[in-house]
Design a binder for this molecule. Structure first.
Ligand code: NAD
Length: 670
């Protein structure tokens, strides 16, 4: 663990639907305050009065002049009223602006703040204050403004209109993402931030679909609380510095600016902060978290480009110049004015967020002369389709199903975008899949062939059979396994209807510690001398397959025929695919093995004949050096089992080593 420093902030938080009605009076009494200045934001005045009715005798006055970003005149007026009523506490009911006004009073008077937030701003758990004078907003940190008590009541957020909920929730998301590289970042705030990202990403679409969904509102508020706690100790990172300039200098709306910028800043910083990007991605359930955030914003119907909320293209260069001095010195990637301008240009145009990753590579001080994409809305349109499809799986009960389907959709859509798939091309793809389906039956499996020639089978093997020191390597299963192959005794012959030079196969089955494994079930299948498996015979005869069990000392031996190289079935769609790529359909000669022993990892593998001309161009990528084996040729004569063979014959030895399975996890009983 790296060394770190972290401020753990005090304050009591009471969270629950209805808490503002049921708990506020008692909680205030616990604080022992009796002359409260109530600060209620414009529209929320009547709500604030209702909530405070049970403690009416402690309300000394009500201030209703709240304005966004706390102009100094508003702060002065609130402070004046606090003095006039001899307040001993300030209670804010409202969004970040109401909380900010209460903080402004606390900053000069030291009065304790009680906050009942009605948005997802998160200000109520931070020691950060902000005041605006003319066009200039000043912020600072002072422990005295940190509310002593926060009552989170999701019911109060139910009246927040959809677009405001979305923007405010994404604002909370911005606190979390920036917390990963802001100056005060630490492992504890990263935990809160990651959990908040997870909760917010799930709750935002749910609230957007149904603003009356109190469970989702509750999650959103909880995520906003966590986001605020992370932001409170890490401070502002690059993202907040950018938004601060865009809001303060160009009057862009606070929450929308955050929602637009966040994916771009993430893509920009990710190359220099891969672990942060990984954690953010994990929380979002995406390998491309910047795209996921952009898709989320699109799904929520938020604008995706700064130009959509009023920033002029002509302002980009100046904005970059203004942001540059505020960039934290330890931002994960250098952010000079040139890089910032490029980043802003992508965000202005609403380009796919990934484009901002390249902005980081622009040398500081240079201004890239790149054209502004004509169809800036195009990226947004495409992201919206992906987002809608991803959301359509949101109702899935099984988490693994959800993970697989959403990942599949993300990657399929990314593929289509990547190649700019045309409609005729996709029609061709559909036709390919249709024909693959029509040619498939219980003896011909075109989809396994497709998986094999695309390398997906071998990749799945690699994922699921991790290299285990000393164990025999795995390879593809292939399309020719048959579950009910005949059993043969030790020393028996599996050749059946398969013709070819007799081949004596022998070896041992052991564990990685060298222990013999008796009774191992060894399944073998192979092609005949013409390269055909029995399932390809027109008359349904069985040959070149069977199963046996290893002897008490782990040994095994049987007869078969020497396998031959063969083409995978290439008279269907997969064959066309190979031909179009100039690839051949051939597989080097091999024998398939499937070996099962309880308590050991099932081995699915082949042995390949050394010297085969196709070893370096197996159509299905299955060859591994450790599986290449000598098939020795012998003249007619006695075989190792005493049998007299009156024709040339072959022998091969294959010692099989199985990895043991880890013990089943114990129930921890907690
Ligand atoms: P806000 O308080 O201005 O509220 C936005 C609008 O929503 C207002 O019109 C308000 O009347 C209305 N509203 C609030 N609650 C509502 C409800 N439940 N139902 C219907 N309407 C409701 O804005 P905000 O987004 O809550 O907060 C943004 C402000 O907070 C900014 O000034 C920002 O700088 C500040 N902020 C400060 C910190 C900090 O740590 N100091 C952190 C985050 C945000």
């Amino acid at each position: 663990m790296e060394p770190f420093a972290c401020d753990t902030l005090p304050g009591r938080v009471v969270f629950g639907a209805g808490a503002a009605r049921t708990a506020l009076a008692d909680e205030v009494a616990r604080l022992g305050v009796s002359r409260i200045l109530l600060i209620a934001a414009g529209g929320g005045e009547s709500v604030a009065r209702d909530l405070t009715a049970p403690l009416a005798d402690r309300i000394a006055g009500t201030f209703t002049g709240v304005q966004p970003h706390v102009p100094v005149e508003v702060a002065d007026a609130a402070r004046k009223q606090a003095a006039e009523v001899a307040a001993d506490a300030v209670l804010s009911v409202g969004g970040g602006s109401a909380t900010g006004t209460a903080k402004a009073v606390a900053l000069t008077t030291g009065l304790p703040v009680i906050a009942v937030p009605t948005t997802y701003a998160g200000s109520e758990v931070t020691p950060v204050w902000g005041l605006t004078e003319g066009e200039r907003k000043t912020t600072g940190v002072d422990a005295v403004v940190l509310p002593r008590l926060v009552i989170y009541d999701p019911e109060l957020t139910a009246s927040l209109p959809g677009p405001l909920s979305a923007a405010s929730g994404l604002n909370a998301m911005a606190h979390c993402v920036d917390a990963f590289w802001a100056p005060g970042r630490n492992p504890v705030s990263a935990l809160a931030a990651a959990e908040a990202i997870r909760v917010l990403a799930a709750a935002l679409p749910a609230v957007s679909r149904d603003g009356t969904n109190l469970d989702a509102r509750s999650d959103l508020l909880y995520g906003a609380y966590l986001a605020g706690t992370a932001f409170a100790v890490t401070g502002s990172g690059l993202h907040h510095k950018i938004c601060h300039v865009l809001g303060g200098r160009y009057g862009l709306p606070h929450a929308q600016t955050h929602a637009i910028m966040l994916p771009y800043v993430l893509a920009f910083n990710a190359p220099g902060a891969p672990e942060a990007a990984r954690q953010i991605g994990q929380a979002l359930g995406s390998e491309d978290p910047a795209a996921a955030l952009q898709a989320l914003a699109a799904q929520l119907g938020l604008p995706l480009g700064l130009r959509d909320i009023g920033l002029r293209e002509a302002d980009l260069a100046e904005a970059a110049q203004l942001i540059e001095p505020a960039v934290p010195a330890d931002n994960p990637v250098p952010a000079g004015a040139g890089a910032l301008q490029s980043l802003l240009r992508h965000a202005w145009a609403g380009d796919p967020a990934a484009t901002a990753g390249a902005a980081a590579e622009v040398a500081p001080g240079t201004v890239p002369a790149e054209p502004v994409p004509a169809g800036a809305a195009q990226g947004a349109r495409e992201a919206a389709v992906t987002a809608e499809v991803l959301a359509s799986f949101g109702g899935a009960d099984a988490p693994r199903y959800l993970e697989i389907m959403q990942s599949l959709v993300r990657h399929l859509h990314a593929f289509a975008r990547d190649v700019r798939l045309t409609e005729p091309e996709w029609q061709q793809g559909i036709d390919f899949l249709t024909r693959s389906g029509h040619i498939t039956d219980d003896r011909r499996q075109e989809f396994i062939l497709l998986s094999d020639v695309l390398g997906l089978s071998m990749l799945t093997v690699a994922i699921n059979a991790p290299a285990s020191a000393g164990a025999t390597e795995s390879t593809v299963f292939g399309p020719f396994f048959v579950a009910d192959a005949p059993e043969v005794p030790l020393g028996g012959d599996i050749a059946g209807a398969a013709k070819g030079r007799p081949c004596y196969v022998s070896g041992t089955v052991r564990g990685t510690a060298g222990e013999p494994l008796p009774g191992a079930r060894i399944e073998v299948w192979e092609s005949d001398e013409d390269g055909f498996y029995d399932v390809q015979y027109p008359d349904g005869r069985t040959g070149g397959r069977g199963w046996l069990r290893s002897a008490p000392d782990g040994g095994y031996w049987f007869w078969s025929v020497r396998p031959a190289p063969y083409p995978i079935p290439d008279d269907g769609p997969v064959g066309e695919l190979l031909t179009a790529a100039g690839r051949g359909p051939m597989r080097p000669a091999h024998l398939h093995f499937k070996v099962d022993v309880p308590g050991y990892r099932t081995l699915i593998t082949h042995i390949f004949a050394a010297g085969d001309q196709y070893l370096d161009r197996d159509a299905v990528f299955g060859v591994k050096d450790s599986l290449i084996t000598d098939f020795a040729e012998h003249p007619p004569g006695p075989a190792p089992d005493g049998r007299l063979i009156n024709a040339p014959w072959t022998s091969v030895t294959f010692d099989i080593v199985l990895a043991s399975l880890p013990p089943a996890p114990q129930d921890p009983g907690i």
